[in-house]
Design a protein around this ligand. Structure first.
Ligand SMILES: Cc1ncc(COP(=O)(O)O)c(C=O)c1O
Length: 373
């Protein structure tokens, strides 16, 4: 999908959140072995995978979970839509903070819910929640908050104070939290730590549906193996009732890939993070040197959120496509004037794309200068 969009055109695709890297060797070997088995029937979630996920959550985040809390899903976009239908009633309100991953903006309407958007704000050089305006925006019909942590597209890893403030607002107003943590294996700043919001307190866990998957970290999005963690039995029951008869099972290969990713691919992940960290630094130094463009620090993900509003470029996606680079449009994330750049690719390709962007932006800036003189 990433490469086919611009097939036959000289446009480097740095848009959808797929990486250009081979999956970990352990994953490829495990899949290879499974293919040789030759029988591909319906599959139950393997016991081994429950154990692997539970111990990974405890080891990485100190979060103690139970097997019965885990609900397997064939994708987290599916999960977002299931959450919207499982919480509250038709015409209730669902809140989120923009910019955000586009399905957060479409899942509520697809589920007969209204969307209430609050803005992330730039403060002290980083993207933050604006709790004051968030609380003001809460309506009597607000039932659900869709959280993205680490946040796609701004790359923030929310700290314990921010998560605690968010959780207390949701507790105070009786709002369920859906916490999409699909990017939690992609922390680039060694000083940062991912905190699953459900791990803050039993009271927070009781109103939280956490969504996770190995797909982003280990580059397996095509397999659709993901999961929700729901400790509250009533919420879990509503979630399962919405899924019933509609949401398909996870396929055999997805489970096999997930086992090999979480169990056998830590070294691969560490090497990936080193590589991405250097790509991230490169992107920031190029972008922040382009006249009128800027990007804040990217604490996690392989996505850069670039502000083009001061550049005078009218349609940034078209502008950069004309320059030979395919980016995602900020409009789809709720914030026009921004573009998202995926740096999960080989460094030589990234440099080529950044050079193309820099040349085009420089030319544009000189053109503007000519006109204004
Ligand atoms: C925050 C977030 N949630 C969900 C997804 C997609 O999940 P899935 O492919 O499992 O539907 C993405 C993909 O980019 C994402 O960034």
């Amino acid at each position: 999908m990433k490469w086919d969009k611009y097939k036959g055109k000289d446009i480097i695709p740095l848009w959808v959140a797929d990486m250009d890297f081979l999956s970990p060797p352990a994953v490829i070997d495990a899949l290879d072995k499974r293919v040789k088995h030759g029988i591909f029937g319906y599959t139950l979630p393997p016991d081994e995978l429950y154990g692997i996920v539970i111990s990974m959550l405890e080891k990485e985040y100190g979060w103690k979970t139970k097997k019965e809390w885990i609900v397997w899903l064939p994708g987290l976009v599916t999960g977002l839509s299931v959450v919207c239908r499982a919480v509250g009633k038709d015409n209730d309100d669902v809140m989120t903070a923009v910019p955000v991953y586009p399905p957060f903006l479409t899942a509520p309407a697809n589920s007969s819910r209204n969307l209430i958007k609050t803005d992330l704000v730039e403060a002290n050089g980083e993207w933050r929640f604006d709790f004051e305006s968030m609380e003001k925006a809460i309506t009597p019909r607000a039932r659900l908050f869709l959280l993205c942590n680490p946040h796609n597209p701004v790359g923030r890893v929310y700290n314990i104070d921010e998560l605690t403030s968010l959780a207390s607002i949701c507790i105070k107003h009786n709002i369920v939290i859906s916490s999409d943590e699909i990017h939690c294996g992609l922390l680039l700043d060694p000083g940062k730590r991912h905190i699953p919001i459900a791990s803050l307190s039993p009271e927070t866990a009781d109103r939280t549906i956490t969504l996770m998957a190995p797909s982003k970290t280990f580059n397996l999005p095509g397999f659709g193996c993901s999961f929700a963690i729901i400790s509250n039995p009533d919420l879990r029951k509503s979630f399962a009732a919405v899924m019933n008869g509609i949401v398909p099972r996870v396929n055999t290969m997805g489970y096999i890939a997930a086992i090999a990713a979480y169990r056998d691919s830590y070294d691969w992940q560490a090497a990936l993070l080193d590589y991405l960290r250097e790509n991230r630094d490169l992107v920031l130094s190029y972008v922040n040197g382009m006249p009128g463009l800027s990007s804040r620090q990217i604490e996690a993900t392989y996505l850069a959120w670039i502000d083009t509003r001061r550049s005078g470029i009218k349609d940034p996606v078209k502008f950069f496509e004309d320059a030979g680079v395919g980016l995602s449009d900020g409009k789809e994330f709720g914030t026009p004037g921004f573009v998202r750049l995926n740096f999960g690719c080989q460094r030589s390709l990234l440099i080529k794309a950044l050079e193309r962007m820099a040349t085009a932006v420089q030319k544009h800036a000189e053109g503007l200068f000519e006109v204004s003189r």
